[in-house]
Design a protein around this ligand. Structure first.
Ligand code: UDP
Length: 473
């Protein structure tokens, strides 16, 4: 018998920052609307996805399907930019997606893809499915992505030649230094890929975006105004955020949580650069000094420094006398052991940020980390590394007032220890820190309101679910 509920298929790009929000979206479609959900992942992501779905609301409605493995070695060199590799992987996975859907007894009726999966919307057309894009970032980034093909068509490239901001009608311009690398070089393969993605987005039946109305009212108004954004504004935009990871299942005896349990309220700054980010070695040394000089409590998720900065034997990974990795200052672990915790590569971030002892987050401001901070009312120090993180940093500091941004020294190009010390003290103990803490607590309330029954994101999500139901009839 035909089910009366839509069957939504979600396609996730690789990388935790893409995978996690897609999985959360799938869980929400089940728990809020009783949809059947199939989540397609690349086979490299299958075990992470399975692990994340341990707490899914109703496993009888959820189907996790790893796609057949793909080999991209003949298509891109091993040195290609990570995003190029990712885009090619998604492209190569399309035949597997097509054959998998074709073999399914109960075919999905809706396909939801993320930013790097937009080419799969052609597969949705072949199977007469409705097709949506889920932008796991904010509306400002979505608008830039959707508008960039227009900039490209108008051959308006002063932003490249003159280092000018990118102007988007009705929105805050994107400063040259915040502009995604891909948009700054017409000869870069990523320029064409991002421009194509921008075009494909506007062919969707609708766009889901991980933001909420009160967070970005001006941008959202422009995005829906055809006088400003022409055909882009014709695509329905559903603000469904903040869709954040539910709390991870706590592990008994986790050393990070045990340590946090012993610290005073809002006394610890959490330092992390996302699921894979790290810093050049010299910058890591300065950060270590800055944390030490600040005299504040900290948890720092440390990964070895980026390789291109590894010069000579000093930075080869090893341990010095007290166990400190040799890209951190000698004796750092000993001197900070009473108030600092170094975590190797990965921390249970949702549990850390929701712990009452945490009072600040020094972050690369990936959008998931940002929303996790916001929904816990934690003010941030922003330290963007790549992708749209510079835009996020500008939004958080200049528009939302929930973060501070350290400045790199003009002579060395790195953020020096005195600046880091000053920032950490400012956020953790000074009046200005209190001010932004109050601001982010207000944002937390407004995020909560948006998600509860009758709130803007709740209603928008229900509207999207209704569209899927209508397309079923
Ligand atoms: N994360 C985590 N522990 C870590 C680092 C990251 O749980 O030590 C999670 C974090 O909670 C977030 C995701 O990984 O959900 C990172 O996504 P984000 O968009 O912030 O950054 P990306 O890794 O994509 O740059």
């Amino acid at each position: 018998m035909q089910s009366t509920k839509p069957h939504a298929a979600l396609l996730a790009s690789p990388g935790m920052g893409h995978l996690f929000p897609v999985l959360e979206l799938g869980k929400r479609l089940i728990s809020n609307h009783g949809f059947h959900v199939t989540i397609f992942v690349l086979n490299t992501e299958a075990s992470t996805a399975k692990n994340q779905l341990r707490d899914s609301p109703d496993s009888s409605l959820l189907n996790l399907v790893p796609l057949p493995p793909v080999d991209i070695s003949g298509k891109v060199g091993p040195d290609a930019h990570i995003v190029t590799q990712l885009v090619v992987m998604m492209r190569e996975s399309l035949p597997g997606l097509r054959s998998t859907i074709s073999a399914m007894k109960s075919r999905p009726t809706v396909l939801i893809v993320d930013l790097f999966g937009t080419e799969a919307m052609a597969v949705a057309d072949e199977f007469m499915m409705s097709k949506f894009v889920f932008i796991a970032s904010n509306a400002w980034f979505l608008t830039l992505t959707a508008y960039f093909p227009t900039i490209d068509e108008m051959a308006e490239d002063e932003h490249i030649k003159e280092q000018q901001p990118l102007k988007i009608p009705g929105c805050k311009p994107v400063r040259f230094e915040d502009t995604l690398e891909a948009y700054l070089d017409r000869n870069n393969q990523m320029y064409d890929e991002y421009t194509r993605i921008g075009r494909e987005i506007t062919a969707a039946d609708g766009i889901l975006v991980n933001t909420f109305e009160d967070l970005e009212p001006t941008t959202l108004r422009a995005l829906r105004d055809s006088k400003k954004l022409g055909k882009i504004a014709k695509v329905p935009v559903y603000t469904i955020g903040p869709t954040v990871r539910q709390l991870e299942l706590p592990v008994m005896g986790n050393p990070v949580l045990d340590w946090l349990d012993m610290q005073p309220t809002e006394s610890v700054i959490y330092v992390s650069f996302g699921s894979g980010g790290t810093l050049p070695a010299k910058q890591m040394t300065e950060l270590a000094w800055g944390l030490e000089l600040s005299q504040q409590r900290f948890i720092w998720v440390v990964r070895p420094p980026v390789e291109n900065d590894v010069s000579g034997s000093f930075f080869t990974v090893g341990k010095i006398s007290d166990g400190t990795p040799n890209y951190l200052p000698e004796g750092f672990l000993t001197r900070t052991k009473d108030r600092g915790l170094i975590v190797n590569a990965w921390a249970p971030q949702t549990l850390v940020l929701s712990h009452p002892a945490v009072g600040g987050f020094l972050s690369h401001c990936g959008w998931n980390s940002t929303l996790e901070s916001l929904t816990n009312g934690i003010p941030m120090i922003v330290w963007p590394l790549y992708a749209e993180q510079n835009m996020n940093a500008t939004m958080l500091t200049e528009e939302l007032g929930m973060a501070f941004r350290p400045k790199a020294s003009e002579s060395s190009g790195i953020v020096e220890r005195e600046e880091i010390e000053m920032m950490v003290r400012k956020i953790m103990v000074e009046e200005e820190g209190n001010r932004i803490r109050n601001t982010v607590k207000e944002l937390k309330q407004s995020a909560h309101k948006a998600m509860e029954k009758g709130g803007s994101s709740y209603c928008s999500f229900s509207q999207f679910a209704r569209e899927c139901e209508i397309s079923l009839k």
